[in-house]
Design a protein around this ligand. Sequence first.
Ligand code: BES
Ligand code: ZN
Length: 845
Amino acid sequence: MTKFQHFYPLFKPEHYDIYLDIDREAKQFSGKTTITGTATTEKIGIHQKDLAVSEVLANGDLVPYTIDKELDAIWIDLPKSGQTTLDITYSAKLTDTMMGIYPSYYDVDGVKKQLIGTQFETNSARQAFPSIDEPVAKATFSLAIKFDEKDGETIISNMPEEKVVDGVHYFEKTVPMSTYLVAFGFGEMISKTTTTKSGVKVGIFATKAHQAKELDFGLDIAKRSIEFYEDFFQTPYPLPHSWQLGLPDFSAGAMENWGLITYREAYLLVDPDNTSLRMQQIIATVIAHEVAHQWFGDLVTMKWWDDLWLNESFANMMEYVAVDAIEPDWNVWEIFQTSDTPAALERDATDGVQSVYSKVEDPAEVDSLFDSAIVYAKGARMLVMVRALIGDEALRTGLKAYFDKHQYNNTVGADLWSALSDASGINVGAVMKSWLEQPGYPVVSAKVVDGKLVLTQQQFFIGDGKAVGRLWQVPLNSNYDGVPDLMTEKELVIGDYNSLREKEGTAFRLNVGNSSHFIVSYEQTLLDDILNESDQLDAISKLQLLQDLRLLAEGRRISYASLIPLLSQFSDSHSAIVNTALYDIADNLKRFVTPKSEEETTLKAFFHQLSATAYDRLGLEPKKGEPNDDQVTRQEVISAATYADNQAFIADAHRLFEAHTDHLATISASVRPYVLINEVKHFGSKELIDTLLDEYRRSTDASYKASLPAAIGRTENPEEITKIVTLFKDADTIKPQDLRSWFYYILANDQGQQAAWDWIKSNWQWLLDTVGGDMSFTSYITVISRVFKTPERLAEFKAFFEPKLQTPGLTREITMGIKSIESRVTLIADEKDAVNQAVAKAINK
Ligand code: BES
Ligand code: ZN
C-alpha cells in the first residue's frame, strides 16, 4: 500500500477563490486558486494532481514548496501557523480521462464539437484546483472561469452566474460544501427550465446533437423529485437552482454535483416518441437518485469514504421511494426486487466480499468501494429493513432531525442511527451493526425437529467459503404470529409445528415481502406446503421463492435439476417480476449445455415450451393500453423465443425489420433489441453488420445505440468479429465509456470469446490508461468472471490476473472472480448430466 495521509488536520480551509482560464484548442488551462483557512502547523499539505505549480504565496509572501507525487500533494512551508491565505498559481492539461476538467466529444451534422465538463468524485478536484480534497474539508467556493468563448456558448456551474467581466464568468459564492461536488460545464447547449412549487429553478441541458423534445421527461422527473424530497425530508432544497447536464462522455452513470448534476446522456435524455417503459423507469430512478444526494451527500456528507454507504445506500433506497411516490403505477419496487435484490444476494454470498461499511485509506482503493451490489444494492436493502422496522413516520422525523443537526457538515454512520433511534424508540444502530460491518448474510433454515418448528441461521456461500461463526440480527417477517420479530441467536425454537399450522391455516413462511437481506431454506415438507398453495402467493413471493431456490442451488444446498419443474409450474404467470425470476433461472441452464450439441437442442425445446404460449398471447408488437406487466413480460418471452428459435417469432421479427429497413430506430423500443438480434442471428450478412455499425455511429439516441452492440455482437462470422474487435480502440466509433458493453457482448458470444479475451490480454495497459480511473473499471474483471465457465478458461484467467493481485483496487475483484469461476466450473461438472436429464424429462411431459 502506498503511504497515505489526511491533510485536513493540518489545514482547515474556509473559502476558495478559483480562477481558471481554459484553452480547448491547446487542451490546457491555467489557474490561480486562493485559499483562506487555518493552519494548525507550519508544514501543510495541499492536494494537487498533475498541476504544474509555478508560485505559492502565503499571506502575500512567496514561500517554499515541494511537489509530492506519491501523495498527490504540495508541501508548503509557512512562516507560522494560524489564519492563512494561500495563493497558488499553476497550469495543467485537459486530458481525455473523463476525470477532472475534461472534454466530451460529439458531432452535429458531421462537424466535430466539444463540451467541457467536470468529474471530481472521488479525488479529482485536485486535478482542477489545489485543495484539501477530502469530504470533511467543507468550504465555500467562488468560481471565476474564462475560456476560448465563441458566440452562442453557455457556461453553468453549481451556483448562478453573478457577472461577466472581460470575458470572465463569475459565479455566486457557494454554501459550505465538499470539493468533490464542485462542477461546471460549457459549450453549445440546448436547455429547458421550470420552477418547483417552492421556487427552485430546475433546468436541463444537453448538446445540440439532441432534439428539444428529449429534455422534457428528465426535466419533469427532476422537478417532481425535488418537490417530493422537500416534503419527505421536511427540509428545503438549499440552492437557487438544480441543473441537470447530459455529457456525451461520462465514466459513471450520473454524478450529484450540488446544483449541477451531470449525467451520461443515456440516463437523462428520453425520446418521448420511442423509449421503452423500462428505460424510462430506469432513467427516472437515476435522476431521483442524484436528486436525493442533494440532501444525502451534499447537504450532509460522510466524514470519510469508509462511510460512503451514507451517501450511496441512502440515495439508492430513496430513488425507489421517490419514484414510487411520483409514479405509483410503475411499481418501481419491482425493479428493486428483480435487479438490486438478486445482485446483492449473489455477490454478497462470495467469500472475500467487502462489508457495506469498509475501512479504506489508499486513494486507489476508494473507487473500488463503489461496489454496486454491496454499497448500493445491499446497503439499500439494509435501509429498506430499517424503514420496515421503524416505519415512514419515524423515518421522516428522524431524517428531519438529522438534517437540522448536521446540515453543511459531516457525519458518521452512528449519527444517522442516533437520529433514527431517537425518532423511533428502537435501537436501530444495534440491529444494523451486524449488517453494516460484516460481509455476507445468513441462510435461515426452517425445519421441524421433534415436532417443533426450529430456525437456524448460518452464513450463506456460493463457492468456497470459510464459516467464521458470524451471526446477524435478522428481521424474520413471518406470516405466523408466534414468531419473534428479530432472530439474534444461532437457533430459535418456535413451538409445536402442527398446532401452529392448524391455527394459521396456511403454509409457514419467512421474510414475507422479501425486504430483509437473507434467504430461507425450507425443509422439503415445508417447501411442499408452500408450493401446494402457490396459486395464492403474490408476485413478490413467487419471485422470492424462485430467487431463493436458485441461490440455494448455486450454493449447492439443493440440486439445480430440482428447479426445472418449478419453471414449468410458474411459466403461465402474467407477472413481469415472476417471469424475470423464472427466465433468470432458465438462462442459467444454458451453462450446462455445449454449443451446437443435442443437449442444446433439447434445452431450446424447453425454452420453447416455457415461452410459446406467452408469445402467442402477447405477440411481438406492444399493444396500446396493454398492462405494464405485459410490456416487460414480452421482453423476457421474446428473449426466450430467440434462444428457442421460435419460428413464428423469427418470421414476425424479420417482417418487422423489413418494414423498417430505412428507419430502424423507429422499431418499437421495447422489442427493438430482439428484432435486431434476430436479424443478425438468422439473416446476418456483412452488409447488415455494416448497416448496424453505421447506425451506431450516426445515432444520438442512447437507448437505440445500446441495443446495437447487443445485436452486432451476436454475429458468428469470424471476419466480422475481427472487424468489431479492431474498433474497440477507435473512439470515433466506440466511446471508451461504452466499451465495456461491446467487450461483454463479444466475450459472451461463443464464436467471439477467444478474440475478446485475446484483445483484453494484449490491451490491458491501454485499457488502464484509458478508463483505469473509472469507478467501475474493475467491472471488466467482473464481466469476464461472469462469462467463463470451463477449467481451461479458469486456468487462463488465473494465469493472466494472478500476477496483478497486488495492484491496489484490483485485489478483491480478482480473488472473487477466481472463486466465482471455480464454483461455476465445479457446479457444471457435478450437475451437468442431472440438469440435462431433468430438462429432457420436462419436455416429454
Ligand atoms: N456519486 C455517484 C457517482 C460516482 C461514484 C462518481 C463514484 C465517481 C465515483 C452517483 O451518485 C451514482 O451513484 N451514480 C450511479 C448511478 C446511480 C443512479 C445508481 C452510477 O454512476 O452508476
Ligand atoms: Zn449515488
